[in-house]
Write a protein that binds this ligand. Structure first.
Ligand code: 3PG
Length: 307
């Protein structure tokens, strides 16, 4: 009998499917810590995780019969793909299942920030009545950095709201962009220079780490709105704080952080900034997306095991 270890909160439907197909499923939410996981992974054929569990080389090497690592979600940056490949372990994920949930959060943040609604709420809580002025997003230019599934979904929704969209990717996705009425560029600088609102949708890799650094902020329009629902490490948050203080960045929407939960004073200070609207990595956190994700990875696990 194949044994499945689940170390993060995964929607029960996919796990139920695995049980119905004869797999033993053990949910152990304490096993997400690397030193614990190194011990508890033994005897399992499948490991199902979200972003909280870091599946590093030592964990993979400690496993004695692991065949599949399933990421119930999209980003694979928490999994050592090289170590998994060396051991012949299949890695599966469900990138389609959550794209709508992330895109809806991004669009919501965009409107909140453009209208200064986050600021208005704070100000009301402080007993003030300030008629803050905002900006309409219709007719403005959205710069999408990373034109994969989520980036494209954000672009589609932004187009429907009357925005112009310019998208950047390292791959040539000009045909896909053209079909959507999106301007495509392979120059990050083009997007940075023309966007009124900038949204990041790149995976975290060695190439994208810190791609939005001080130099990138300098190239942006004054008063740009910036949203990061990708990974905290793709943006230099120290540089973002400075750009918020100088007014270069009008407002920032953050869903992801280089450390989750954020503990450092720098991150806490950034989150508390009056022109920041911050959430706790909830991009994929909808009932619909979690259900779809869980079913999609369960099916991929079964397929990878040849069942
Ligand atoms: C992802 O990469 O799937 C999203 O960032 C969501 O991550 P989570 O499953 O840890 O919420």
């Amino acid at each position: 009998m194949y044994r499945v270890l689940v170390t993060d909160k995964v929607h029960p439907e996919g796990l139920e499917l695995l049980k119905q197909r004869g797999l033993e499923v053990v949910v152990d939410l304490d096993a997400y810590k690397p030193e614990v996981l190194k011990e508890r992974i033994k005897g399992f054929d499948v490991l199902i995780v979200r972003s909280r569990t870091k599946v590093r080389r030592e964990v993979i090497e400690a496993a004695d019969r692991l065949k599949v690592i399933a990421r119930a979600g999209s980003g694979l940056d928490n999994i050592d793909l090289e170590a998994a490949k060396e051991r012949g372990i299949r890695v599966v994920n469900a990138p389609d299942a959550l794209k709508n949930a992330v895109a809806e959060l991004v669009i919501g943040m965009m409107i909140v920030l453009a209208r200064n609604a986050h600021y208005s709420y704070r100000s009301l809580l402080e007993g003030k009545w300030e008629k803050v002025m905002g900006m309409e997003i219709a007719g403005k230019t959205l710069g999408v950095v990373g034109f994969g599934r989520i980036g494209r979904e954000v672009a589609k929704k932004a187009k429907a709201l009357g925005m112009n969209v310019i998208a950047y990717d390292v791959f040539d996705l000009s045909r896909e962009a053209e079909e959507m009425g999106v301007k495509f560029t392979r120059s990050l600088e083009d997007v940075l220079r023309s966007a009124d609102v900038l949204s990041l949708h790149v995976p975290l890799t060695e190439e994208t780490r810190n791609m939005i650094d001080r130099d990138a902020f300098n190239k942006m329009k004054d008063g740009v709105i910036i949203i990061n629902a990708a990974r905290g490490e793709v943006m230099d948050y120290g540089a973002l704080y400075e750009a918020l203080e100088s007014g270069k960045v009008r407002a920032a929407g953050l869903d992801v952080y280089p450390e989750e939960p954020p503990e450092s004073e720098e991150l806490k200070r950034l989150i508390a900034h009056p022109r920041v609207f911050a959430t706790a990595h909830i991009g994929a956190q909808t009932e619909e997306a979690q259900r779809r994700t869980s079913l999609e990875v369960a099916e991929k696990v079964l397929e990878a095991l040849g069942l």
